[in-house]
Design a protein around this ligand. Structure first.
Ligand SMILES: [Zn+2]
Length: 51
């Protein structure tokens, strides 16, 4: 399982409606809406200090 960084829902990598890579990491989303929010402003949703 992966965590949708936008809404913090658990999503299955195999069936996730949305997927993108950012800064070398894979991110999965529960919906295209969450993916679009993430791609609009990735820095809002990821903890850059953890990378
Ligand atoms: Zn979501």
């Amino acid at each position: 399982m992966a965590i949708d960084p936008v809404c913090n829902m658990e999503v299955d990598e195999e069936t996730a409606p949305g997927h993108t890579t950012y800064d070398g990491q894979d991110f999965y989303f529960c919906s295209l809406t969450c993916q679009q929010k993430f791609e609009h402003d990735p820095g809002q949703f990821i903890d850059t200090q953890a990378a």
